[in-house]
Write a protein that binds this ligand. Structure first.
Ligand code: BG6
Length: 476
């Protein structure tokens, strides 16, 4: 049997600085957004939705401050990734580690040196780095200074950051993502845009203005990247996952289409190079007046992305009936319960075939190579009496998703690679918990910050190693 996956398929895993590095004040690092977010599902969400509260309250314990201390364990961690056979490692560079307040002109050398070492370690094992430039960590100081991405000046600060990275890592990094889950700015504006919209009379006005700034910044970063090294490959990154209608009622079908467009909107601009008509019409209806400068449209048109990356965890289901929607729980992406799907411990509806649907949808729409940069199951793990972690539930989730990814490739979708999320256990972005684990590698640390930080291989570690070695053929 031949593999469904191309020969040079990039298998690997993904992390983000803000969720794994810790060392929040070392090497001259400034404060990041996550450094003021507490743990626990309720307090965390309250703070996420209320940035002022997050900044002003002393919650006592902040999981990001130490996290899994990848800052001091990167050698050990990358060695374990290499043992699994990783071809690619997706990581993000902490913006406040390089520009502590975001607005400095000169980068912090100590911050850059840390990533020099990380990339050298990757090179040692022939692992290709895939770098997210901004993954939920706009420097906190920019919230105070100018309400984050609501201010156009952020484009300059961000490009300054990009220039420092592109020049320094010109010969080391080829694949870059401009913004993690760029559509998150509509759902969690504090994480996605380092901004507070709670006082605004029309929050959407602020959110879409900030989105415009990020879209222009992303296009200008693409331009700059290609000028510095024409071989650079620049991708956008979408929190994806198809929305199904609750019934065949055309009203529900239309509602589902509208929800999917909220995400596609970003990729439409980043990949096609212009604002889609449906968005312009929605802006009119919702009284959103974007300040767009003369050259912006040309910039967006000229500097589109090379590939489309996305995260996929679950699908969602919606209804046009507001009464029905009132039943949904407070997840970032509200969803009705789909009777055909299983639900994870955190209420996400796992849907492997949805991966194939999403891939086909994105490829049909953009005709550019895809890169799956997040996928996985957040679950509680226990160490059993034999001292092991038998995470067959995680293996089952990943097996099913990888199988459907292979089927999508057979359908004709071009796909560059796959980096499953949280290849080593790290802090959850949504809840701040350690207990919501995604990794092949267990880290001894709990929600309260106790534990030795010792790393342990789970059963999924050997399983994924086999998957990579067989180029996705052996999923047993
Ligand atoms: C994506 C983010 O939203 O999903 C990651 O890019 C995040 O940062 C991941 O960790 C999983 O979400 P959570 O809330 O389970 O950590």
């Amino acid at each position: 049997m031949t593999s469904k996956f191309p020969e040079n398929f990039l298998w690997g895993g993904a992390t983000a600085a803000n969720q794994c590095e810790g060392a929040y004040q070392e090497g001259g690092k400034g404060m990041s957004l996550v450094d003021v977010l507490p743990t626990g599902p309720n307090g965390r969400m309250e703070a996420l939705l209320n940035p002022n509260k997050a900044v002003e309250t002393d919650y006592g314990f902040y999981p990001s401050h130490k996290s899994i201390d990848h800052f001091h364990h990167y050698q050990e961690d990358i060695k374990l990734f290499a043992e699994m056979g990783f071809k690619v490692y997706r990581l993000s560079i902490s913006w406040p580690r390089i520009f502590p307040n975001g607005d400095e002109k000169i980068p912090n050398e100590a911050g850059l040196e840390f990533y020099d070492k990380v990339f050298a370690e990757c090179k040692k094992y022939n692992i290709e780095p895939l770098v997210t430039i901004n993954h939920f960590d706009t420097p906190l100081a920019l919230l105070d200074k100018c309400n984050g991405w609501t201010d156009r000046v952020l484009i300059d600060y961000y490009l300054n950051f990009c220039e420092a990275l592109f020049k320094r890592y010109k010969d080391v990094v080829k694949y870059w993502l401009t913004f993690n889950e760029i559509n998150m700015i509509l759902h969690l504006p504090f994480l996605g845009g380092g901004m507070d919209v709670t006082q605004a009379s029309n929050p959407k006005q602020l959110q879409y203005q900030a989105a415009h700034h990020q879209l222009v910044a992303s296009a200008l970063a693409t331009k700059l990247a290609h000028e510095i090294n024409p071989d650079f490959q620049i991708g956008c990154m979408l929190a994806a996952g198809k929305t199904y209608p609750a019934t065949p009622n055309p009203k529900d079908v239309f509602e589902a289409m509208k929800i999917d467009r909220e995400g596609y909107f970003f990729v439409d601009v980043q990949s096609r190079g212009y604002y889609p008509n449906y968005a312009k019409s929605m802006f009119k209806k919702e009284n959103i007046n974007l300040k767009i400068e003369d050259t912006d449209e040309e910039i967006l048109r000229k500097y589109t992305v090379d590939f489309i990356s996305f995260s996929y965890y679950a699908s969602k289901m919606t209804s046009a009936d507001p009464e029905k929607m009132a039943e949904t729980e407070g997840n970032v992406f509200p969803s009705l319960k789909n009777p055909y799907l299983k639900t994870s411990e955190w209420g996400w509806q796992t849907d492997a075939l949805g991966m194939r649907v999403t891939m086909n949808d994105l490829y049909d729409r953009y005709q550019k190579p895809l890169f799956i940069v997040e996928n996985g199951l957040g679950a509680k793990d226990t160490i059993t009496e034999d001292g092991k972690i038998h995470d067959d539930y995680r293996i089952e989730y990943l097996r099913d998703n990888i199988e459907e990814m292979g089927n999508a490739i057979e359908d004709g979708v071009e796909c560059l690679g796959y980096t499953s999320w949280g290849c080593i256990d790290l802090i959850s972005a949504g809840t701040g918990e350690m207990a919501k684990r995604y990794g092949y590698i267990y880290v001894d640390r709990d929600n309260e910050g106790n534990g030795s930080l010792k790393r342990m291989k789970k059963d999924s570690f050997d399983w994924y190693k086999k998957v990579i070695a067989s180029n996705g053929e052996d999923l047993a």
